[in-house]
Every structure is written in structure tokens, then in C-alpha cells.
Design a protein around this ligand. Structure first.
Ligand SMILES: C[S@@+](CC[C@H](N)C(=O)[O-])C[C@H]1O[C@@H](n2cnc3c(N)ncnc32)[C@H](O)[C@@H]1O
Length: 213
């Protein structure tokens, strides 16, 4: 990514090296029960294309209230924190697993982006009740059965022109039924326009727009 600090690039390189060791194994997990057994040991990142797209959308919208649902070990957090730095906004990063959040915190501090992140530890469905709004950007990337419960809680706080990027709509294939259910749910909300994009692992890009009512 252009115009990033040496600290950002060092931390990104660490993630790339870890991912290079995990990627083939992750792709071999085509059965959901196998993935469930090991999922907390893996980065499971959105990938560079989607991470970069999120940064571009946040910066283009000058979004200041940015929400990440599912920080895992901090790969997407790194990009979203950089986007928050660029807009002068704040990233609210939610993760249920304490050890993953601790790892993410350390990497974000190493990338010199800690002042741009507020860490939220616990079940996002419950914690989102206290999330300040209006929310201008959401990356939805926690376990797939949590997408609709989270949407129901954050939707009322979504800003006009607020964006939702929801990952894993197409891959892994075993997540497709949950992806389809989420797309139906987001399209059923008032004032929403949405499109499925076959990039990365498949994202749904939704925008709350008063024009769509
Ligand atoms: C696919 S990973 C996120 C990957 C991350 N966005 C990235 O690109 O590096 C999903 C994460 O969501 C977390 N998670 C699952 N359910 C959650 C919940 N109800 N509240 C908060 N975090 C949750 C999991 O612990 C896991 O770390």
C-alpha cells in the first residue's frame, strides 16, 4: 500500500510471512467441521485486495466511525487502523477471543497505529449496543452465523451513506448458505442498496441511502 510508514510495512510483512505458511492448509479445509476444529489457530484474513478496497472506501468517504467485526489476529485491523489514521477517525475493533485481541493489540502498537483503535473484547452482538454512531463503515468478518444478529444491532446506528463490507460470500463454499441468508437480510432493511462482488472471497457491499427508500 502506498504512503505507509516503515512500521506499517514491517508489521504487514510479518502477516504476509505467517499467511504464506498457512494459506495452503487453509485452502485444504473444504469441510466445515474440519475448519471448526482449527479456526482459532489461523489468521483467516480478508486478503490484500479486500483490505485495500476497505481503505479506499473509508478514505473516499472520509469515514470517521469505522467498525470491524472480527479482528482475529489483526490483519484487517492493520489496514482499517491505517484508514482511520488517514481520516482522523476511530476504528472500533471487536473480537471475542482474548488471545487474538492481545496479539492484534501488540501488532497495531508495533505499527504505531494504537491511538486510532478502540478495542472491544467480547461478543459483538452484545457489545454493539454501546457502539457510538453514526457508523460510517463496517467490515463484517466474524463467524458467519453472527452476521445477521450483528446487522440487526448496528443497522439502526448506520449513517446515511454508511457502508457495509461483508466477507466470505462465495468462499469457503461451505459458508454460502449463511452468505445468502445475510444478503437477503441486508436487502430487506429499509434504505439499503447492495451488490455482490466476486473479488477476494466474495464480498457484499451495501450502502444505506435515503434515495433507496
Ligand atoms: C474470519 S476471522 C476475522 C479475520 C480478520 N477480519 C482479518 O481479516 O484478519 C473471524 C473472527 O471473528 C471472531 N468472532 C466470531 N464471533 C464473534 C463474536 N460474536 N463477537 C466478536 N468476535 C467474534 C473470531 O474469534 C475470529 O477471530
Amino acid at each position: 500500500m502506498e504512503n505507509t510508514s516503515p512500521a506499517f510495512r514491517r508489521v504487514l510483512q510479518e502477516y504476509r510471512e505467517r499467511l504464506a505458511g498457512e494459506e495452503a492448509y487453509q485452502k485444504s479445509l473444504t469441510v466445515k467441521t474440519d475448519m471448526m476444529k482449527v479456526r482459532d489457530t489461523l489468521l483467516l484474513p480478508v486478503g490484500e485486495d479486500i483490505a485495500q478496497l476497505c481503505v479506499d472506501l473509508i478514505v473516499a468517504r472520509n469515514a470517521k466511525v469505522i467498525v470491524e467485526l472480527g479482528s482475529s489476529y489483526g490483519y484487517s485491523t492493520l489496514y482499517l487502523a491505517e484508514a482511520a489514521r488517514r481520516t482522523g477517525g476511530k476504528l472500533f475493533s471487536y473480537e471475542i477471543h482474548p488471545d487474538k485481541q492481545q496479539h492484534a493489540r501488540e501488532r497495531i502498537a508495533a505499527a504505531e497505529l494504537a491511538p486510532h483503535v478502540q478495542w472491544c473484547l467480547g461478543d459483538a452482538v452484545k457489545l454493539l449496543a454501546d457502539q457510538p454512531g453514526p457508523i460510517e463503515f463496517v467490515l463484517l468478518d466474524l463467524w458467519k452465523d453472527m452476521y445477521i444478529p450483528c446487522l440487526d444491532v448496528f443497522y439502526p446506528k448506520l449513517a446515511n451513506n454508511g457502508l457495509i463490507v461483508a466477507d466470505n460470500m462465495l468462499y469457503p463454499e461451505f459458508n454460502r448458505p449463511e452468505g445468502a441468508a445475510y444478503r437477503a437480510a441486508v436487502r430487506a432493511k429499509p434504505e439499503m442498496e447492495a451488490v455482490l462482488l466476486p473479488i477476494g472471497q466474495g464480498i457484499d457491499l451495501a450502502c444505506r441511502s435515503k434515495r433507496a427508500s
